[in-house]
Design a protein. Sequence first.
Length: 276
Amino acid sequence: MRQLIQPHLLGIDTGHAPGFRFDSPGAIDETCLVMCFRTPVRILTRNGIETGAPGCCILHSLDFREYHFSVPGSREGFRNDWLKAAFEVVSPIVAELKLPYDTLLPTGRPDLLESGIAAIRAELENPDGYSDTAVRLLLHQLLLAIRRAYTEEMRCRTVMTPSERDYYPAFRKICDSLRKEYHREFRIGSLAAEVNLSPERFSVLYRKFFGRSPYAELIDARILAAKRLLTSTAFTVKEISAMCGWQDQYYFSRLFKEKCTVSPRDFRRHYNRYAK
């Protein structure tokens, strides 16, 4: 099988000068172009030429014309994070996540893809016999991030009252902290104090904004990090447990099996990387 992602077919915060236009008749190389824009952009979608706001993502299907350019009058052009991956691998993931092709997907997060693309780049720059498996997992996580962020953005646009919208940016930062700083201990009271709300009101709004509790957010982030460490490092299960924020290795193992249906050791053995 052809390489999943070519090392030169991805970029982070790639800048394009004013007047730049990208125009391709379609993915002649049988890849799927995935992008997230950091600045406004004009882009061809299935609805015609549209203006994409910062944080908008798009996935192009094989035969769709790839055409995007800077907003007329822009002095800075536009910037985006992007990658091209083998369509045969992307397609079943996109189908599973029910992501639409050739459609602007607003997420409100211009840097949404940065960490995922950086992780894929690091894997491609230091390949071994298991890099293909690792890149597939990272690509799945990246597309899942788009799905979740898009779903959250749409939910917020439809269910929030005007007063609740004022709180959303601060809640978004808290949510990002839970996902990125999963190794830390968080207390509801402290999180609520950051937005001057009671713990009860904070929990209600968090669930309304993101469809889950702060605790569930943190646990899912820890489990995701544990999966990545189990498949891409040689750390022991005990070490990974501590790195992900659990001091009790046995509690971590029970919770991991409850969430993933297999133990951490069996998960590592299944992916055959650093298995012992």
